[in-house]
Design a protein around this ligand. Structure first.
Ligand code: CTP
Length: 407
């Protein structure tokens, strides 16, 4: 599930006649499942590529068509004005070269064109077309004009196109479209201008080519933090251990495996970071002797000699400059507050997010029960957040913003 603030958001989706229109039912379904309300306008060509009935069934509303612009069926209500005024955001996906031109030139000859003109909400365009059409200066100029007017035009993905070409022109994934919509709709922008470095997931320390020491961290907390920080305007870099999560859109991702790789990536990104959040469950030990070949079963017990990994948070705590805020986590099974406060001191953290991981709680679970403690001297009382990872992420970022305001 996405963050709670996405609930009840009103999204006006314009579907134009590119082959990628066949993907829009899944897009609508994803928004509806998140609690958003969706109104849909299809161009006539789009209605030949994707069924209006499918879209209206999923959105539980009628799917508006070009003919509704001039139909007298609606009495005194004027569909393009009503829809344009209703929306919290207007998303055009896929956006053909023609609809891009219409938007740029203010062509109001169709219901979608008129609604785009009448709508004052943030507008996001997802062009999808043949790569030569997208590369054409005419299309590029229309995209540029819309950007200059404050609209967001998201560059298409590269890859195999339905027309048989290979190149830039694919509609981005549903997840990307959804992420970019939430970014436009996020009610907070309090991390704008801030560079945020987040670590997430477990690390792996290989013993031989097929075996490693690790932990069950899913990475969900760090990924929720990275997404939410980006929605709130942050310039986010996510250093991630091996997880099975999708990289959030608009976030720079650096994939690592071992604690040493994570340390190197963090140190390389540290300069310029305003906020560093160490949500990764870093392995404290690695095998002293890595076997290049698979270790064969031998008779009797086996002893594995381990060496300590560097503590990344500790290293950052020593290297950070006064303006940088360092947030650590404390996964504890007992004496949570006491152990968390010790970590603030030992690692020179500005704040620590402590959670109880006894019985495996917190690891892999979608729910978090966290307490946030601040370094002494600022007179800040602890903050307790309980809910899903999004609520925990919001609470953690709120606390970090409080620290920024006090600096
Ligand atoms: N951490 C780190 N590098 C390590 C170990 C931990 O950066 N080698 C960071 C974690 O990302 C987290 C914080 O330190 O933000 C605390 O991690 P945790 O596993 O709770 O504690 P440890 O410091 O490893 O101490 P202990 O295992 O003894 O509780």
């Amino acid at each position: 599930m996405p963050p709670r603030w996405t609930l009840d958001k009103k999204i006006l989706l314009g579907v134009s006649g590119g082959i990628a229109a066949y993907k829009t039912p899944e897009l609508v379904r994803t928004w509806i499942k998140s609690g958003a309300e969706v109104e849909i306008i299809l161009t006539d060509t789009a209605a030949r590529l994707v069924s209006p009935l499918t879209l209206s069934t999923l959105s539980k509303r009628r799917a508006w068509r070009d003919e509704d612009l001039t139909s007298d069926e609606h009495g005194w209500t004027i569909p393009h004005i009503t829809l344009g005024g209703w929306a919290d955001a207007l998303v055009v996906a896929p956006c053909t070269a023609n609809v891009l031109r219409m938007a740029a030139s203010g062509d109001s000859g169709t219901l979608l064109g008129a609604a785009m003109l009448a709508c004052h909400a943030p507008k996001i365009f997802f062009p999808a077309m043949n790569s030569h059409m997208w590369a054409n200066p005419a299309a590029k100029a229309n995209a540029q004009l819309l950007r200059e007017r404050g609209c967001r035009v998201i560059d298409p993905d590269s890859g195999a196109l339905a027309c048989g070409y290979e190149g830039e022109g694919r509609l981005p994934s549903i997840e990307t479209i959804v992420d970019e919509t939430w970014f436009s709709l996020c009610p907070l922008r309090d991390l704008e201008g801030k560079k945020v470095l987040v670590t997430a997931g477990p690390t792996r320390e290989y013993i031989d080519p097929v075996r490693f020491i690790s932990n069950p961290s899913s990475g969900r907390m760090g990924y929720a933090l990275a997404s939410e920080a980006r929605y709130r305007g942050g310039d986010v870099t996510l250093v991630s251990g091996p997880v099975s999560l999708r990289a959030p859109s608009g976030v720079k991702i650096i994939n690592v495996t071992t604690a040493r790789e994570m340390l190197d990536a963090c140190m390389a990104e540290l300069a310029g970071a305003d906020l560093i959040i160490k949500a990764a469950a870093v392995g404290d030990y690695r095998a002293v002797n890595y076997s290049g070949q698979k270790i064969k079963r031998a008779s009797g017990p086996m002893t594995l000699e381990l060496a300590q990994n560097d503590d990344i948070a500790h290293a950052i705590g020593r290297a950070k400059s006064p303006g940088q805020i360092l947030v650590g986590f404390a996964a504890e099974t007992e004496n949570i507050r006491e152990n968390a406060l010790k970590k603030i001191e030992a690692k020179r953290l500005d704040m620590v997010v402590a959670n109880n991981v006894s019985d495996g709680a917190g690891f892999g679970s979608p729910f978090s029960d966290v307490e946030i403690h601040f370094a002494g001297g600022r007179g800040l009382s602890p903050v307790y957040v309980s809910g899903d990872k999004w609520e925990a992420a919001s609470g953690i970022l709120d606390a970090a913003v409080t620290l920024f305001r006090m600096k």
